[in-house]
Write a protein that binds this ligand. Structure first.
Ligand SMILES: NC(=O)c1ccc[n+]([C@@H]2O[C@H](COP(=O)([O-])OP(=O)(O)OC[C@H]3O[C@@H](n4cnc5c(N)ncnc54)[C@H](OP(=O)(O)O)[C@@H]3O)[C@@H](O)[C@H]2O)c1
Length: 302
């Protein structure tokens, strides 16, 4: 299916790909990188056997080259966008919300139970974390958010007024997370930061607790005392949306239904920081890595 791309999100993962950090030894692939896995646009041409026709509003994932003006994507990975979902939310429909769905499944698979276990999220103000927090709270989980700037506490409490939020820029933050858990075991930490933050967060986990890693914002390794594994049976695992396309079709359909409902009913979880012109994609990429954003960075075609 040929799609004219109107909007695409700049992901941290796009920047990791451009930097060659997904490859061993940080080597760039010889053939170069066609950047952008997801986008929103209009169908320009579809095969005879495809239900979607020219002019349909669609979002796609996984595709290759979403930072281009046009892409060819297999119809299997194209989602029609209903009228109650905005263009901006449609451009964010796949990678972040599907990662949130994978993280929710990881929490459920860990054995954590709503009402008993607390889930801690680091980088809790991120676009992905806000979606996960929304899903976890809807399912009755107690959640504690960890962020790196005290000024971000109020920003996150605008979206989730009752969420306990702890900032790591003041000493003793681990103690404040434990206080916020209010005597409940911390069953899961969801972490895209790594480094010192994740290493300290592992120390907060209860017996048989899990740290689920899904990013590398600090660029630093996670360091964990060996005894945590033998004496406390701590687990460390990870999720990537890169494996989502390989899931059974029924699971993918259910995930997409959930994402469309979320985009229609909770547009505040799809907040946009700024929309750049395609010619200024470099500036867009720079903004993605700047501290203090409260929404995603989109790039629009002329
Ligand atoms: N596994 C997957 O398949 C998958 C899919 C999508 C995204 N991700 C990952 O999920 C993470 C979040 O992505 P996003 O697009 O939601 O991010 P985002 O909206 O750009 O937000 C990034 C957040 O991380 C915080 N942050 C940045 N660097 C940090 C550091 N060194 N230490 C502590 N906090 C830091 C920022 O805090 P400030 O507010 O202070 O700037 C901000 O709240 C990224 O690591 C991304 O690669 C993974």
């Amino acid at each position: 299916m040929l799609i004219r791309v109107l909007l695409r999100l700049v992901h941290h993962g796009d920047l990791l790909g451009i930097a060659g950090r997904y490859q061993p030894g940080a080597a760039l692939p010889k053939e170069g990188v066609r950047v952008g896995f997801e986008g929103y646009g209009i169908v320009e041409r579809a095969g005879d056997e495809v239900a979607l026709k020219s002019g349909a509003r669609v979002a796609f994932f996984p595709g290759k080259g979403a930072w281009s003006e046009k892409v060819i994507v297999s119809a299997e990975y194209v989602t029609e966008i209903p009228d109650n979902v905005s263009d901006e939310a449609a451009a964010q429909l796949h990678v972040n919300p599907l990662t949130a769905a994978l993280l929710l499944r990881a929490v459920e698979a860990s054995g954590a139970e709503p009402g008993r276990d607390v889930v801690v999220l680091t980088a809790a103000g991120s676009a992905v974390a806000r979606l996960v927090i929304g899903l976890l709270l809807d399912r009755g989980f107690d959640v504690v958010g960890v962020i790196r700037r005290e000024t971000g506490v109020n920003e996150l409490n605008v979206v989730f007024p009752d969420l306990p939020v702890v900032s790591t820029d003041k000493p003793g933050w681990q103690g404040r997370v434990i206080s916020a858990a209010d005597g409940h075991p911390i069953g899961v930490v969801l972490d895209p930061v790594g480094g010192e933050t994740a290493s300290a967060a592992v120390g907060l986990l209860a017996q048989s607790g899990s740290l689920v890693s899904y990013g590398d914002l600090s660029g630093q390794p996670i360091s964990v005392p060996a005894l945590y594994f033998s004496t406390r049976d701590i687990r460390i695992s990870g999720v990537t949306v890169g494996r989502w396309a390989g899931l059974p079709v029924e699971v993918r359909k259910a995930d997409l239904q959930l994402e469309l409902e979320l985009a229609a009913s909770k547009p505040d979880l799809f907040q946009v920081e700024k929309i750049f012109d395609l010619a200024d994609v470099g500036e867009a990429a720079a903004l993605v890595e700047k501290p203090g954003k409260s929404g995603t960075v989109l790039v629009a075609s002329p």
